[in-house]
Design a protein around this ligand. Structure first.
Ligand SMILES: [Zn+2]
Length: 443
């Protein structure tokens, strides 16, 4: 029997529906599960050990529904200016991913994983590409995930842009990972990755969908991030991207369509009817100047929309603020976007991750996973269930995270990382990256 540990003497934001705010509250957990949530005085009596939040906010670990750990080494890189989204891919991402070897894959994962822990992100859904180091890449990332101590769903971005052998290697890597995840304890998960509809032909698309079905999994694919994806689909197949995916059998409750910016009403209907998840990534969309998904419309049509970062950051509160502000900006209405932002970050990301990992995530309640953070924030205005999200987006987001616990394991305490040494990792990465960049420049 694991010992009973309490995190208490804080203001507990349980989230969930209905969420509660508990002053002088505490969370009791045993192993990887929460046993009880209540007042500190009562909870403390049942605990073998106590983590003192010192009046700060105690809330569930955050979830990122779309990440690219492999994008890390783009920080500071010198790339040719891009005039549009396809050039962003050609001049930056499709050169960087080709430059990565397996050591790069490992270190470009470790750095954002440390940042996940530092910003309270305890679950990520990652989308990986390293065309010259495919075999074993997901295993290397999986090892870093286990070392860091967070939860992750991984997949390899299959594409035809590196020939038939490259496509097959991507499919094989997804298969190896899905096989590996059969023995997972709820910390690791696999999907079948596809870069985007515009980079896979019919044969590769069918093979990916077949693999997903064989393992009871789904697709993780960029969809209509730019109009170029729709133009390619209409030119080659005389149908729009979502229709093509639907006809091939690629939509469904286990599949994730990332971005979905340039989609029409018929495509929204297909996403809703098939219960396919959409993931919104506003910072990346602004950075690539590709537009903004119509999240209110997707919500109105009952599409489940989650929030991801597309590799731009590991900090979900930074992304949530961007989600709120882009909506205000796009429709010039400062009253819009709250419900959708909160719905994506908390309700939907929790539902998506709970479905994949087979555990109750994103909420502090009895039986839920012990994924708990102490935000380095003490409310200085009244906090209640009615205004909790204001405190999170304008209070917690400004102060950062003090302590991060995932599956009952303390990964950071009082801002000190326990599982990763970011300073040492950064120094090791700095020995690799000059060669990585040299390869980048020669591609
Ligand atoms: Zn992406």
């Amino acid at each position: 029997m694991s010992e009973m540990i309490a995190v208490g003497n804080g203001v507990v934001f349980t989230l969930g529906n209905p969420g509660q705010v508990i002053d002088d509250g505490a969370v009791l957990f045993c192993g990887d599960k929460i046993v009880e949530v209540g007042k500190t005085a009562e909870i403390k009596r049942k605990a073998n050990s106590f983590i003192d939040a010192g009046g700060r906010v105690i809330m569930p670990g955050l979830i990122c529904a779309h990440h690219h750990l492999y994008s890390t080494f783009a920080c500071g890189i010198s790339a040719e200016p891009a005039k549009n989204f396809v050039e962003v891919l050609e001049k930056l991402w499709w050169k960087l991913d080709r430059a990565l070897d397996l050591d790069d894959v490992e270190y470009s994962a470790l750095i954002p994983l440390a940042r996940c822990i530092r910003s309270g992100t305890t679950t990520i859904l990652d989308h990986h590409a390293s065309p010259n180091a495919i075999l074993g890449s997901l295993g290397r990332i999986g090892d870093t995930i286990t070392r860091a101590g967070i939860r992750a769903s991984l997949c390899y971005e299959v594409t035809d842009r590196n020939g038939a052998k490259g496509a097959q290697a991507g499919i094989d890597e997804n298969r190896h990972w899905l096989e590996h995840c059969k023995a997972s304890n709820g910390m690791l998960h696999g999907l079948v990755g596809i870069h985007a509809a515009m980079t896979v032909g019919p044969q590769t698309l069918d093979a990916c969908i077949l693999l997903a079905k064989q393992y009871g999994s789904g697709l993780h694919i960029h969809v209509a991030e730019d109009k170029a994806d729709q133009d390619d689909s209409l030119r080659k197949y005389k149908k729009r991207v979502i229709a093509r995916l639907a006809e091939a059998g690629g939509l469904g409750p286990k599949s994730m369509a990332i971005h979905c910016i340039h989609i029409d009403d018929d495509e929204i209907k297909m996403l809703a009817e098939s219960k396919t998840t959409v993931v919104h990534n506003p910072q990346s969309n602004m950075n690539n100047a590709v537009g903004c998904a119509n999240v209110p419309k997707l919500f109105a049509k009952k599409v489940r929309v989650g929030l991801g970062t597309d590799g731009m950051t590991s900090n979900m509160l930074e992304e949530a603020r961007a989600s709120l502000f882009i909506r205000h900006h796009v429709v010039t209405d400062p009253a819009t976007g709250w419900g959708e932002t909160v719905g994506m970050l908390f309700e939907n990301n929790a539902a998506i991750a709970s479905d994949y990992f087979g555990k109750t995530l994103g909420v502090l309640k009895e039986g839920a996973a012990a994924d708990i953070i102490i935000a380095d924030y003490t409310p200085f205005t009244p906090a209640s269930a009615d205004n909790v999200f204001g405190h999170i987006l304008f209070g917690v987001a400004a102060e950062g995270v003090h302590t991060t616990i995932c599956a009952g394991k303390v990964l950071m305490q009082a801002r000190e990382l326990k599982t990763l040494n970011l300073h040492d990792i950064s120094k090791s990465a700095a020995k690799l990256t000059p060669q990585t960049w040299k390869r980048f420049q020669s591609i």
